[in-house]
Each structure stands twice: as C-alpha cells, then as structure tokens.
Design a protein around this ligand. Structure first.
Ligand code: PRP
Ligand code: URA
Length: 208
C-alpha cells in the first residue's frame, strides 16, 4: 500500500475547520501545523531507535532514542513551509532542505526555481512536505530531484490529495509512501482539488 490516509475523528474535525472559507489566516496556519504533527507521527511509525543509557532521578536505565540527524524535511515552497513548524516540533533536530516550485497557471506543469538540500542528503531519510497533491506533477518532480541526488528513502506528507494525482505518483514512484489527512473527490477543470480547501499557499500566507 503506497498511500496512508489518516482516518481519525480529530483529523476530520480539524479538516472541517481548515476547509471552511470563513476560517482566517491565524487559525488556518495553526490547523496546518497541528495536522502536520499527526502526519509526521504516523509517517515515523517505522523510525529506527538506537540503544541509549540514561539516569532518571531514581536509577540508571537502558532505553532507546531516535537518531534525529538521520532525517531531513523538505518543504515544497511556498505552501509546504506551512507544514514545517508542525514536523519540527516533533523532530526538532532534523535537517531541512527546500524545493521551490510553482504550477504554471495554463499548463498546470510544475516549474522548479530553487533546490537546496543539506549535505549528505543521500544518506538520510527524506520527508517531503506539501499540503496539496493535485495532479501529482509537483510531487513527482520533487521526488525525481531528490532521487537524482542519491536519496533512497522518501516519504511524502500532504494534507489533501486528489485520486488522480495519487495514481500518477504511485505509478512513477511506487517506492514512496504518501501520508495524507484526506483523499478528496477529484480535480476540477482548473486542476484544483474539490472539495479541497482552495489555494493552500494563498490561505497560509494571506496573499489573496
Ligand atoms: C500548489 C501546492 C503544490 C502544487 C500541487 O502549489 O502547494 O505544490 O500546487 O499541484 P500539482 O499536484 O498539480 O503539482 P502552487 O503552485 O500553488 O505554489 P505555491 O505553494 O507557491 O502557492
Ligand atoms: N494547489 C492548491 O493550493 N490547491 C489545489 O486545490 C490544487 C493545487
């Protein structure tokens, strides 16, 4: 299975407020952050822990810890930046990369304008962040770029995904697991997700 959809009453509740056109910028940002934390929690279920020894106020104990340095989060600009706060509140020492991409308004094809990732990216597990997976073009290109740098393990976190885009990404990159809060109905003629939440970047940054 390549796509994991979070099915939980709390997520459904938060999505209902997020999608509502009456929801303002502050609350929209907070909800993107909270849902991203839940997505990260789910995506890191298979995280490898290392043996560690600590001392509680009572006694020494053997326990386990995460090698946070093994992970890199890569938001797709702009909207992916909205998810960064949430994931770094869960894994605060992860490295961060950036991929700049926007969709051409006529062709709907993604245009890459920036790519900067941490040194040694090929040795890390990379978790891409973008709230919307519509046609899947941006996700596919972002994964291509990371694979061309030698990255072997990639996960993709999004808030809302369209079935059409999921199919494309699953076909091109069957090794990449996608975690989303909800799989919506479809894309409209302008390749926007319906019912969706509108333009994620504009709602996060208040640009419209
Ligand atoms: C949105 C979204 C994704 C992309 C999804 O970005 O954040 O990156 O579109 O569409 P796709 O699956 O059809 O490629 P947008 O182009 O609006 O740029 P922005 O984040 O700068 O607003
Ligand atoms: N980008 C968005 O922000 N929303 C969509 O529905 C599709 C692409």
């Amino acid at each position: 299975m390549q796509t994991v959809e979070l099915k939980h009453p709390l997520i459904e509740h938060k999505l209902a407020i997020l999608r509502d056109k009456k929801t303002g910028t502050k609350e929209f940002r907070e909800l993107i952050k909270e849902i991203s934390m839940f997505l990260c929690y789910e995506a890191m279920r298979d995280a490898k822990l290392e043996k560690a020894e600590i001392e509680t106020p009572m006694e020494k104990m053997k326990t386990k810890k995460l090698d946070e340095d093994h992970y890199a989060f890569v938001p797709i600009l702009r909207a992916g930046m909205g998810m960064l706060d949430g994931v770094i509140s869960v894994v605060p020492n992860a490295k961060i990369g950036h991929i700049g991409m926007y969709r051409n308004e006529k062709t709907f094809e993604p245009v890459n304008y920036f790519f900067k990732v941490p040194k040694g990216i090929e040795k890390r597990e990379v978790i891409i962040l973008d709230p919307m997976l519509a046609t899947g073009g941006s996700a596919i290109d972002a994964i291509d770029l990371l694979k061309s740098k030698g990255v072997k393990k990639i996960k993709f976190l999004c808030i809302i995904a369209a079935p059409e885009g999921l199919k494309e990404v699953e076909q091109k990159h069957p090794d990449v697991v996608i975690y989303c809060a909800c799989i919506d109905k479809k894309l409209n003629k302008n390749k926007y997700i319906v019912p969706g939440l509108g333009d994620a970047g504009d709602r996060i940054f208040g640009t419209k």
